[in-house]
Write a protein that binds this ligand. Structure first.
Ligand code: GLP
Length: 249
């Protein structure tokens, strides 16, 4: 596992952004997994700037979102599908038919999960961007999720419901109580993972993710078992790590 700790947030965002832009430029087809949440927003801005400055095109990119709320239509203002569109996809030249996501408003969610799992099997993800939730989740794999799980519906834990208030919900009662997510097994099939974390509130979580036991009680710990993972942190998020374990940037 490569752990990089950046002095400045814009350098972290530019490193992740440029790593992915480079991959896209060097391949005829690239399949990228996108995460919502506040952590990758600077990377998405880097993609938009790079596209506007004609340094990269997303026409040959297939995009896969990680997760969604159950019960929200893709066009719902608080859906992750709309967040990704507003934060990134509507500002770059990605083809609408190449944007893939779980639809949380389907009547038969098992069928929807199977559809998405099969689609990812057919289009293996080259690089998956990840963040870490306040209870250690990745995507919406809450503590207790099977380490080899496929796409599935999940009951959101209280911590995740409360964190959703940061994503524009006005009242806790408006936050859906279930999510639908790529499973940990699905995520682990990506060829490369880029895990990002920023801020002091993530420091203990990052420590447990990197040094802790690999356990379904703390889903993000699974990244220790992935053969190709880069962890990109700011100084605060890395503050509980031993200096000899990371590279300073
Ligand atoms: C949310 C999303 C995850 C995201 C995580 C971190 O629950 N479902 O995909 O990675 O929380 O969010 P943030 O970057 O805002 O801390």
């Amino acid at each position: 596992m490569k752990i990089l700790v950046f002095e400045k947030e814009e350098h972290l965002d530019a490193y992740v952004g440029e790593t992915i832009c480079d991959f896209i430029r060097q391949h005829d087809q690239a399949t990228i997994g996108f995460a919502t949440g506040s952590t990758p927003l600077g990377v998405y801005q880097y993609f938009i700037d790079s596209y506007q400055n004609k340094k990269v095109s997303f026409q040959n990119v297939q995009a896969f979102n990680l997760d969604e709320y159950v019960g929200l239509k893709p066009e719902h203002p608080r859906s992750f599908a709309l967040a990704m569109k507003n934060e990134l996809f509507s500002h770059i030249d990605i083809l609408p038919e190449n944007i893939h996501a779980l639809n949380g408003s389907k009547e038969d969610m098992d069928e929807e999960c199977q559809r998405y799992e099969t689609l990812i099997e057919q289009n293996p993800i080259d690089i998956q961007i990840l963040g870490i939730g306040m209870d250690g989740h990745i995507a919406y794999n809450e503590p207790g999720s099977p380490l080899d799980g496929a796409c599935h519906v999940v009951d959101l834990h209280q911590e995740s419901i409360e964190s959703s208030l940061d994503y524009g919900f006005d009242h806790i009662e408006e936050v859906p109580t279930q999510g639908v997510t790529q499973g940990i097994g699905t995520i682990m099939k990506a060829k490369q993972l880029i895990m990002m974390a920023k801020g002091q509130k993530k420091a203990d979580l990052v420590k447990r993710m990197i040094y802790g036991e690999v356990t379904s009680d703390f889903p993000s710990s699974i990244i220790q078992r992935h053969p190709n993972v880069i962890v990109c942190l700011d100084r605060s998020a890395a503050s509980q790590l031993k200096e000899e374990d990371y590279e300073k940037r």
